[in-house]
Ligand binder design. Structure first.
Ligand SMILES: O=C(O)CCC(=O)C(=O)O
Ligand SMILES: [Fe+2]
Length: 316
C-alpha cells in the first residue's frame, strides 16, 4: 500500500497494554498527518466481501426500470437506489459518474432517537441482497467502534466516549457502481474531490484502482488497499469535533485511461455516522491558545442535513 500507514487491529484487541497503546499512537498520528490508514484483522471476512460484491453486481445489472422502482422520492437518497449522475461533490456542478445503493441503520427498539430513520428498501428480485448487505453493515460497524475507541484514547477522552453516539448511529453502507465510460466525460469524474461528511469511513478493496488521496504537500497519491485490508479515513464530523486535530482528507476517484474506459468499477464504503443528537462542538481537549475553536457548535443531524443539500441529494 503506497504511503498510507498500515495498522493492525489485533494490536488494539491484544491483552498487552503496550500493543494497544502502539495502535492508538499509530492511528492517531496517521490521522493527524494524512487522515487515512489501511487496517488489517478487521471483522469482515473474505467470504462476506465476495458475497456482497456478487449481490451488488447483480443489482446494478438489473434493467434501469427495475432499479428506478427503488429510487424513492423524499428520502434524500438516504435509502435504496440513487441513479447515475445525481450526486456531485460539494461546490461542483457536474454529477459524479456513478450510481449507488444505501443500506441504513436498523436501530434497537429502545434506541430513543431524536428522529426515526427511514426503513431499508427490500430488493425483491434478489433474495440474498438485503441480508448480505446488513451482515456486512454490522461487521463494519463493529470494526468502526473499535477504531473510535482508539481515537477517543488518542484525544484524551474516556475509551468508550463514542460508544453511545455510534450505537444506533445513522451510518450507511453504500455499494457504488461506476459504469464503463462511453463518451467524453466533459469535466465529470467518477467521484469529484471531496471530504466525507461522517465520523469515519471504512472502505473495502474496490474492484479496480482510481482512489486518490490529497497529501498535505499537495500531491495526489494512490490509495489501493491489499485484499485483506480496509481503508479507513476521518470524515468532516470528526475533524470538526476534534477542532482540526484529526484530518478529513480530500480524496477522489479518477477516470481510468481511455483504453480502460470499458471497465466498470465497484466499491463499497461504509460511512459511520453518529446519532443525530450527538453534538459536534469542538472538544475542549482539542482547543488551546495555539488551536482556537475553529467551528460553530452544531448537532450531527443538522450538519448532515446541510451537507445533503450541498451535494444535491436534498433540494432546498
Ligand atoms: O469509490 C471509492 O473508492 C471511494 C468513494 C468515495 O470516496 C465516497 O463515496 O465517498
Ligand atoms: Fe469519499
Amino acid at each position: 500500500m503506497n504511503n498510507i500507514p498500515s495498522v493492525d487491529l489485533a494490536d488494539f484487541l491484544s491483552d498487552d497494554p503496550k500493543r494497544k497503546e502502539k495502535f492508538v499512537q499509530e492511528i492517531g498520528t496517521a490521522y493527524e498527518e494524512i487522515g487515512f490508514v489501511s487496517l488489517r484483522n478487521h471483522f469482515l471476512s473474505d467470504t462476506l466481501v465476495e458475497e456482497l460484491y456478487k449481490e451488488i453486481k447483480s443489482f446494478f445489472a438489473l434493467p434501469l426500470e427495475t432499479k428506478e422502482k427503488y429510487e424513492i422520492e423524499g428520502l434524500g437518497g438516504q435509502r435504496g437506489y440513487v441513479s447515475f449522475g445525481k450526486e456531485h461533490a460539494k461546490g461542483k456542478k457536474e454529477g459524479d459518474l456513478k450510481e449507488f445503493w444505501h443500506f441504513g441503520q436498523e436501530p434497537d427498539a429502545d434506541a430513543d432517537l431524536p428522529e426515526e430513520y427511514p426503513a431499508n428498501v427490500e430488493v425483491t428480485e434478489l433474495k440474498d441482497f438485503n441480508h448480505t448487505g446488513m451482515e456486512a453493515y454490522r461487521m463494519l460497524e463493529k470494526t468502526g467502534i473499535y477504531v473510535l475507541r482508539a481515537l477517543a484514547l488518542y484525544i484524551g477522552l474516556e475509551e468508550h466516549y463514542f460508544d453511545h453516539w455510534a450505537a444506533n448511529g445513522n451510518s450507511i453502507l453504500r455499494p457504488i457502481h461506476y459504469p464503463p465510460i462511453t463518451e467524453e466525460p466533459k469535466g465529470a469524474v467518477r467521484a469529484g474531490a471531496h471530504g466525507d461528511i461522517n465520523l469515519i469511513t471504512l472502505l473495502m478493496g474496490a474492484s479496480s484502482g482510481g482512489l486518490q488521496v490529497l497529501r498535505k504537500d499537495g500531491e495526489w497519491i494512490d490509495a489501493i488497499p491489499k485484499d485483506d485490508e480496509l481503508v479507513i479515513n476521518v470524515g468532516d464530523m470528526l475533524e470538526r469535533h476534534t477542532n482540526n486535530k484529526l484530518r478529513s482528507t480530500i480524496h477522489r476517484v479518477v477516470n481510468p485511461p481511455k483504453e480502460q474506459w470499458n471497465t466498470p468499477r465497484y466499491s463499497i464504503p461504509f460511512f459511520m455516522h453518529p446519532r443525530g443528537d450527538m453534538r459536534l462542538d469542538c472538544l475542549e481537549e482539542c482547543v488551546d491558545d495555539e488551536h482556537p475553536k475553529a467551528f460553530d457548535d452544531i448537532t450531527a443531524g443538522d450538519f448532515l442535513h446541510q451537507r445533503l443539500v450541498e451535494i444535491g441529494l436534498i433540494k432546498k
